[in-house]
Design a protein around this ligand. Structure first.
Ligand code: PRP
Ligand code: URA
Length: 208
C-alpha cells in the first residue's frame, strides 16, 4: 500500500483555494502552483538520507551534510512543468528527465509521446511531478517507463489526488509514496477530479 502524505499547512490550503477558484487568472494560478510546489518539495525532502561531510567555517572544522543520493525530477508534460522551478530552487543539483503523456479524452488512457531521463536511475531518487492524479493512468505509465529504465527509489509529487488514482497506484506501484496537497472526493464521468481545479495544463499555460 502506498504511503500517502497529505501536506497539512495553512499556506498550502490557502493556495489550493486560489488554484480551485475559476476566477484565478493564469499569472496568479502559476504563482500559487509554484508556492505549493515549494511546500511539497520541502515535505518530500524530509525522507532524503544524509551523508555526513566535514565543512570548514571561517573559524574551525565542523560536521556538515550532503544529500546521499542524486535526485532526478521527472515532470509529466505539460502540466508537470509548472512544478519544476520550485523543486529546482530547493534541489539545484537535481537532474531533470521528461515524460510526455497526453490523456485521450474519450478512453482516458495516457498516450505516450516523449521519454528522456538520465541513465543512472538505479542510483537516484526519482520524483515524478504532475499536479493531477486523476484515474492514475498517467502516473502508472510514468513509473512503468521509469522502473523499466532502472528506477528503484521513486516518489510522486502532486497537487490534487483523486481516490481512484490512489487506488490504481496502490495496485500497480505500491512502493511509491504519494505526496499531495489535497485529497479530493471523486472523478466525474469524463475523468475530471471533483471538486478539483479543472484542467491543470490549460490553466497553467493559458490554453483554455
Ligand atoms: C493531465 C494531468 C495528468 C493527467 C492526469 O494531463 O497533468 O498528467 O491529466 O490524469 P490521469 O490520472 O487520469 O492519467 P493531460 O493529459 O490533460 O495533459 P496536459 O498536461 O498536456 O494538459
Ligand atoms: N487532468 C486535469 O488537468 N484535471 C483533472 O481534473 C483530471 C485530469
Amino acid at each position: 500500500m502506498n504511503n500517502l502524505n497529505l501536506i497539512e499547512n495553512p499556506l498550502v490550503k490557502r493556495d489550493v483555494t486560489i488554484l480551485r477558484d475559476k476566477e484565478t487568472n493564469t499569472a496568479s494560478f502559476r504563482a500559487a502552483l509554484n508556492r505549493v510546489s515549494y511546500a511539497i518539495a520541502i515535505e518530500i525532502a524530509k525522507s532524503f538520507e544524509l551523508e555526513q561531510i566535514e565543512v570548514t567555517t571561517p573559524l574551525e572544522n565542523t560536521i556538515g551534510y550532503k544529500i546521499k543520493k542524486q535526485i532526478v525530477l521527472v515532470p509529466v508534460l505539460r502540466a508537470g512543468l509548472s512544478m519544476v522551478d520550485a523543486f529546482l530552487k530547493m534541489i539545484p543539483d537535481a537532474n531533470v528527465g521528461h515524460i510526455g503523456l497526453q490523456r485521450d479524452e474519450v478512453t482516458l488512457k495516457p498516450i505516450d509521446y516523449y521519454y528522456k531521463a538520465p541513465k543512472k536511475l538505479d542510483e537516484s531518487i526519482t520524483i515524478v511531478l504532475d499536479p493531477m492524479l486523476a484515474t492514475g493512468g498517467s502516473a502508472v505509465a510514468s513509473f512503468n517507463s521509469l522502473k523499466q529504465k532502472g528506477a528503484n527509489h521513486c516518489m510522486l509529487a502532486c497537487l490534487i489526488a483523486a481516490p481512484e488514482g490512489i487506488k490504481k497506484m496502490n495496485e500497480e506501484h505500491p512502493d511509491v509514496p504519494i505526496y499531495t496537497a489535497s485529497l479530493d472526493r471523486q472523478l466525474n464521468d469524463v475523468g475530471y477530479i471533483l471538486p478539483g481545479l479543472g484542467d491543470a495544463g490549460d490553466r497553467t499555460f493559458g490554453t483554455l
